[in-house]
Design a protein around this ligand. Sequence first.
Ligand SMILES: Nc1ncnc2c1ncn2[C@@H]1O[C@H](COP(=O)(O)OP(=O)(O)OP(=O)(O)O)[C@@H](O)[C@H]1O
Ligand SMILES: [Mg+2]
Length: 364
Amino acid sequence: MKVQLENITLSYGDATAVDSLSIDIENGESLVLLGKSGCGKTSTMRCVAGLETPTGGRIVIGDTVVFDSERGINVAPNKRNVGMVFQSYAVWPHRTIRQNVAFPLQQQKLPKDQIRERVAEVLDLVGLTEFADRGASLLSGGQMQRVALARSLVMRPSVLLLDEPLSNLDARLRDRLRVELREIQQRLNLTCVYVTHDQSEALALADRIALMQGGRIVQTDRPERIYDTPSSASIADFLGVSNIFPCTEITSGAGAVLGLTGHEVEVRAEYDAGAPADPSVCIRPEDIRLSEEPSTDGVNNWPGRVEVVSFQGSYVRYRVSLKGGPELDAIVPRRGRELLRPGASVWAAADPAAVQVLPSEVPA
Ligand SMILES: Nc1ncnc2c1ncn2[C@@H]1O[C@H](COP(=O)(O)OP(=O)(O)OP(=O)(O)O)[C@@H](O)[C@H]1O
Ligand SMILES: [Mg+2]
């Protein structure tokens, strides 16, 4: 079901946690709210669920206005048909899995055979059928989180809100549940809002990512587009893009040459038109080439020294210090080649087309 947030503002005393935030979430879409701790992700979710009353704005779920500050509409949380899964599992330890999952339906006083059927269906969906009669205190973290998910899904919510549901789990389990969650969301064509501060989780789970800073959404796009074209250096940095440097000087005109701590960097032509006021240069590690000889054209080719070599199986990650300048990270596919050694002299190169110029921050 479609969800619309219009100019949602939420203040705690003097502090604004959500600042006039607007976004439309499409039916069946998985939207990930991504941002640093304290940027307002949980607060936004709580507004959608009806657990907080925004200071202003409007929230529409499907065709129903569930909140409108001007018209004084505020539908109670249990009438919004919104499911929530949190970081803490909130599973009753003294009940079996089946009893935990059946509980919300019993509250609704559904007939027993219907409850049995729906519980069996969701337990199958989250892969817990064989543990159905096990006491919940005997479960692992991952199983516990599946119970929490099943308990939300059994209510057939029109929107599912997930607030860092995997952050208590170890890395391998997190990776696995991430894929399972995505599969369930797609199979049920469920409208989901997923909150995380983990960029790789966001990239893996989202149809669209909304990047939040200071209670606002600063960029919304498909994961691969946010990764490829972050709208500011601080977003690029947050997404784990390395090789971001402040520019000391921009010479516009033919070629657009930037001074980068003593090194000149030629950037792609489109930045000729107008670079931002406080530019940073961003060159992804996968776009840095390393060779033992200088290139023939000399464009964006800098001498340096290998400092750190980190073998990652299919690729090698190098840290190279440029002569008199910054350090660069380079990711080089292995392809059976010899690894460079620490201390080796190398030339680092980057195609001008792969060099981005970004404003340090998105203007408010
Ligand atoms: N109950 C509250 N009373 C006062 N301030 C609050 C309350 N809840 C949150 N805040 C403040 O509102 C801001 C946004 O908090 P929120 O919990 O939404 O952040 P978040 O993005 O979910 O962070 P995290 O990633 O750490 O969970 C923070 O500055 C926080 O300190
Ligand atoms: Mg939070």
